[in-house]
Design a protein around this ligand. Structure first.
Ligand SMILES: [Fe+2]
Length: 533
């Protein structure tokens, strides 16, 4: 069993600092096979476990006893021992320019998750608390969400979760602040190392990491002074790739493999990325690999093998606390301002209005049969219309929209329903930049509108959005091949390098985008847009 190899290192990481330690609770979903989902306090709760995949009653928890070889499998309470309960996987998200959401994982539920903070690292004089401590079936952790409010903008704060180390972050610049800054964008990332992108990958996997190359997570850490925050619109941890890993290793899939494998990959990724997310706001959107335990299916297996807690974006809903109106859609579509830019995060995976379908819902192209999130079919579209109509371009002249799945790219398998639904909204809303991933390559378009019509072949005073696709952050499967000949709207494409994107806003009329090589940080392609708003 390959996944057991990481248990020792994971447990070593866990045994560090302490939060409140809760006694083992019969109410914990891990102890209740028929009651799968905790309430997350944000309205994102999922329904109870209907007991699929043979896990009804109290069987699914009890089967996670140590096996005949004494191996305690991940996902079982006892694997975490007792007497410690640390805060790990700290994640920040902007909450306006006067707040910061701090999310973190613990091994037991916290009655009152709390964060101490202040502007001096020797005096954390304030404390923020919440009651949001949530989990889901098969999760080894509880997700805790606390929001720090009433902060000063563009200011460094020091903070501490439980008894962990004192960390720091910087709050966002308010809308109207025209100070130049940069933001990093990554899509299609996944874990790096033993269960992800690495050197010496299986022979059917292309684009192994080259000797001496930094991967994208390492690059984000190394270049952290180059950008203020990070946006990651979808395909985050790729924990649903446990099945492919197992099959590559020659195993048949079992429910045990599912829980063990999913959790090991998930935990590994969020441990790795926390080197970024505990210092920088990390604003996420949803992708297909957040949907369920097996990305809809792999080979002869389908999503029917997934236990309820690993379906319907449950992990994604529990883990994140993006800004919004407090509804279940918070992590799926929302907007925020930083300095001279308005950012709109939209959702290509669910919640398109009839007759169109989000890719991952019933009727969608991915056959995942998951559920919409909004309270009615036009909820997302109505939000986008209202949001774009309310942008104050005197304060945020630049508008950037980010969603996972592209309808323009030098690639096959483009998202035609997204073209039909979103393009008219973005053109009418005078969106400047649209960013996607999903296809593991790079594409920069000319300003383009009206079903692929090139509006002009330069970047001076464009009247249509420029599309920037970068799904090359470094997933285990490697890079995709560009589709040739390129469509006429494609100005640049590349399928040879792992990459992150860097947007730089110079002033109200000039901004730049660069595809940066993760391996050595050279600029692969750069464009500057000049636009008077
Ligand atoms: Fe994707």
């Amino acid at each position: 069993m390959a996944f057991t190899r990481s248990l020792v290192s994971l447990l070593a990481v866990l045994a560090t600092t302490g939060c409140a330690i809760a006694a083992p609770s019969s109410n914990h979903p891990r102890n209740q096979g028929g009651n799968g989902q905790g309430n997350n306090g944000n309205g994102n709760g999922n329904g109870g476990n209907s007991g699929n995949s043979g896990n009804s009653g109290n069987t699914w928890a009890s089967q996670w006893q140590p096996d005949a070889n004494g191996v305690v499998h991940y996902g079982y309470n006892a694997s975490f021992g007792s007497g410690f309960n640390n805060a790990t996987q700290i994640r920040l998200a902007y909450r306006g320019c006067d707040g910061m959401s701090v999310s973190f994982a613990t091994n037991s539920r916290q009655d009152q998750p709390q964060v101490k903070y202040g502007t001096s690292n020797t005096s954390l004089s304030s404390t923020a608390m919440s009651t949001v401590s949530i989990t889901y079936e098969t999760s080894p952790k509880w997700e805790n969400h606390v929001v720090l409010e009433g902060l000063q903008s563009d200011t460094t704060y020091y903070y501490q979760v439980c008894d962990g180390p004192i960390l720091s972050f910087k709050t966002a610049r308010c809308a109207g602040d025209m100070t130049p800054y940069s933001v990093a964008v990554v899509v299609d990332l996944g874990t790096m190392g033993e269960y992800g992108l690495r050197q010496n990958m299986p022979s059917d996997i292309s684009n192994a990491l080259k000797a001496g190359e930094l991967n994208t997570i390492q690059r984000l850490v190394a270049q952290s002074s180059d950008f203020d925050f990070v946006i990651h619109p979808g395909d985050i941890a790729y924990a649903d790739y446990w099945a492919k890993e197992q099959i590559t290793l020659g195993s048949n899939l079992t429910i045990q493999d599912q829980i063990l494998g999913y959790n090991v990959i998930n935990e590994a990724f969020f441990d790795e990325i926390s080197d970024v997310t505990k210092h920088k706001a990390y604003m996420v959107g949803v992708g297909n690999h957040e949907a369920n335990c097996i990305n809809g299916g792999y080979k002869q297996y389908t999503e029917a093998i997934c236990v309820a807690g690993l379906t319907n974006f449950t992990e994604y809903k529990a883990r994140w606390n993006m800004p919004g109106d407090g509804s279940p859609t918070n992590n799926f579509w929302y907007s925020f301002d930083v300095g001279m830019t308005h950012y709109l995060i939209f959702d290509t995976e669910t919640d398109l209005p009839a007759p169109y379908h989000g890719a991952d819902v019933v009727g969608g192209t991915e056959s995942m049969n998951e559920a919409n999130v909004g309270s009615y079919s036009n909820a997302q579209v109505d939000f986008i219309k209202q949001d774009l109509a309310s942008v104050d371009r005197s304060k945020t002249p630049w508008v950037v929209a980010l969603g996972h799945r592209p309808w323009y790219a030098a690639a096959s398998g483009l998202f035609s329903d997204g073209l039909s639904v979103f393009e008219p909204l973005f053109t009418a809303g005078n969106v400047d930049i649209v960013m996607h991933g999903h296809v593991h390559l790079l594409t920069r378009t000319y300003p383009v509108w009206e079903n692929g019509t090139v509006q002009q072949k330069n970047y001076t005073e464009p009247k249509a959005p420029v599309y920037l696709i970068n799904g090359a952050a470094g997933h285990y499967d490697g890079l995709d091949s560009v589709a040739t000949p390129y469509p006429g709207y494609v100005a640049f494409a590349n399928d040879t390098m792992y990459s992150y994107s860097k947007l730089t806003f110079h002033n109200s009329t000039h901004m730049s985008h660069a595809f940066m090589a993760s391996g050595d940080n050279h600029v692969i392609d750069e464009v500057t847009i000049q636009k008077t708003h």
